[in-house]
Design a protein around this ligand. Structure first.
Ligand code: DC
Length: 227
């Protein structure tokens, strides 16, 4: 009998390695990978281009409602489309990184995002990665992993990812800490592990070791869920 296709929720702070892990897990299990951060980033870009205040919850909520944000799977990763335009590269720039964290604190924005993400994942067969997947988007997900790492390690990983941006590691770590603080302390859906998430600390692990642990966790949960 074919295995039931479930939801694998991966949450954690920036630079913990969750995007890389999510992509690898999706490939291994033949699932679709959805990076929810890219959706917040696309909305942040639209807000900047529209000249909207990043502090105006109602305007940002309305902007979300009139947006088409799509993640199009490709072999080399998802392509991000904002109202039909390819913004995959643009949304990785530093101004958008900061703006995405700011727009994500507003309840009307989160409500819209969570609903969209629930629609996308409804049929299962999804690895969904973000900050609130196991707590808010799919609280009943069969598999939940919370991936963390020390800030210094996360900062240097982000630096390597963004080598072309030419930031200094110290400033990258400082930016990351500021963003973490905002993501972890916001009133609405702060970044916290779900009670039933399995915690993986990748500080001293290689990518291969993280992947090995994650595959074990997925296999155990699937066996338990009888799939
Ligand atoms: O994962 P990322 O760095 O691309 O996310 C960008 C911002 O979006 C992050 O600072 C917090 C926000 N975010 C969120 O609030 N909830 C999610 N599920 C994903 C991202």
């Amino acid at each position: 009998m074919a295995r039931r296709r479930v939801v694998i929720a991966i949450d954690g702070p920036a630079g913990s390695g969750k995007s890389t892990l999510a992509a690898l897990l999706a490939r291994k299990f033949g699932y679709t990978n959805i990076e929810t951060g890219a959706m917040y980033r696309a909305l942040a870009l639209k807000a900047i281009e529209n000249g909207s205040s990043l502090d105006d919850a109602a305007t940002l909520g309305a902007l979300a409602h009139e947006s088409h944000i799509e993640l199009e799977p490709h072999a080399e990763g998802n392509r991000v489309l904002l109202d039909g335009r390819d913004v995959t590269r643009r949304i990785r720039q530093q101004d958008i990184t900061d703006a995405a964290s700011r727009v994500s604190i507003h309840p009307p924005v989160r409500e819209w995002m969570v609903r969209k993400q629930q629609e996308i994942g409804a049929a299962g067969g999804i690895v969904m990665e973000g900050r609130d997947i196991g707590t808010k988007v799919f609280p009943d997900a069969e598999v939940k992993i919370f991936l963390d790492a020390a800030p210094e390690v996360r900062g240097s990983r982000r630096f390597l990812q963004n080598a072309a941006v030419a930031s200094q590691p110290a400033s990258v770590v400082a930016e990351l800490r500021a963003r973490d603080e905002r993501d972890r302390t916001r009133a609405n859906s702060p970044l916290v592990p779900a009670q039933d998430a399995v915690l993986v600390d990748s500080t001293n692990l290689t990518l291969e070791q993280v992947m090995e642990q994650a595959v074990q966790i997925v296999e155990q949960k699937l066996a338990k869920a009888g799939t």
